[in-house]
Design a protein around this ligand. Structure first.
Ligand code: GAR
Length: 190
């Protein structure tokens, strides 16, 4: 059974979708969800879905090795950032080469980098009158949103779409594709 560890900061709709996908499939499991936000809704989802959860603070993540050694003990085959908003520290990236992936709600390299998350991305896409946007799933390196791209899929942005309309199109793409991409990475890693 492959072991998935998820990092999430907020609502956790992607985390829930990944958890239930693999609960139904049975070839992998989400062994724990880690969050930097003790108020995050993702924690309620974990309780309901009976998945272990763990919260941590900035010191444990950036100045001590607590979160790193905790994660190493979980022995993950894949670490999935699903709406996780803190930058992954270098020691983490080096400890898990090609084992950390992130989902970004735009077609990177467009609309990536610090401060570009969630609704901010969709507002920028609408303000710039883009005609398409999409999702990117990529490996995580030391720089925000710059690791090698694994998967992208696009959707149309119509002239009358609001940022909320774009958000719901992106949400739909994330729900459809993210678990499948995770599954194919786990399968191709043997
Ligand atoms: C998702 O749309 C994800 O792509 C985005 O945050 C949302 C989290 O939603 N991630 C980023 O913007 C990362 N830069 P969720 O908490 O409901 O899964």
């Amino acid at each position: 059974m492959k072991r998935i560890v998820i990092f999430a900061s907020g609502s956790g709709s992607n985390a829930e979708n990944i958890i239930t996908y693999f609960q139904n499939k049975g070839n992998a499991e989400v062994v724990q969800v880690l969050t930097n936000n003790p108020q995050a809704t993702v924690l309620d989802r974990c309780k309901r879905l009976k998945v272990s959860a763990f919260s941590f603070n900035r010191t444990a993540f950036y100045t001590k090795d607590h979160v790193l050694s905790h994660t190493q003990q979980l022995n993950p085959d894949l670490i999935v950032l699903a709406g996780f908003l803190w930058k992954i520290p270098e020691n983490f990236v080096h400890a898990f080469p090609n084992k950390i992936i992130n989902i970004h709600p735009a077609l990177l390299p467009k609309y990536g980098g610090k401060g570009m998350y969630g609704q901010h991305v969709h507002e920028a896409v609408v303000n710039n009158k883009e005609t398409e946007t999409g999702i990117t799933i990529h490996f995580v390196n030391e720089r925000y949103d710059e690791g090698n791209i694994i998967f992208q899929v696009s959707c149309e942005v119509n002239p009358y779409d609001s940022a909320e309309d774009v958000a719901s199109k992106i949400h739909e793409l994330e729900m459809i594709h993210f678990p499948n991409v995770i599954e194919s990475i786990l399968t191709s890693n043997g």
